[in-house]
Ligand binder design. Structure first.
Ligand code: FES
Length: 105
């Protein structure tokens, strides 16, 4: 499982997702409630970037139709999305945020 540096911890603002690409995979990096999460940046309902949505209560909301996804598990809280979005393990080393997209959590 290869962890890759995606950004600096200090450049992440609380509840403001940052979109990155890792090996061609779009990933939204979210700092919230004292933790950092990595979730696939594409809504499971349609091809919409989740990083453009709002973060609240450890959930990220798809701005198009309003499904929210749990940042810990990727599971949607309600319709119209029914399938989870992949989430990825995150490591913090000093000020570096590392993510592995080769293993989903
Ligand atoms: S595109 Fe995300 S809920 Fe419809």
């Amino acid at each position: 499982m290869a962890f890759v540096k995606v950004c600096a911890l200090s450049e992440l603002e609380d509840d403001t997702p940052k979109r990155v690409e890792l090996d061609g995979t779009p990933v939204s990096i979210v700092r919230t409630e004292g933790e950092v999460f990595a979730i696939n940046d594409v809504c499971s309902h349609a091809n919409v970037s989740l990083s453009e949505g709002e973060v609240e209560d450890c959930m990220i909301e798809c701005w198009l139709h309003g499904s929210s996804f749990d940042l810990r598990t990727g599971k949607p809280s309600g319709l119209p999305a029914t399938r989870p979005v992949p989430v990825y393990p995150v490591k913090i080393q000093g000020d570096d945020v590392l993510v592995s997209v080769t293993q989903e959590t």
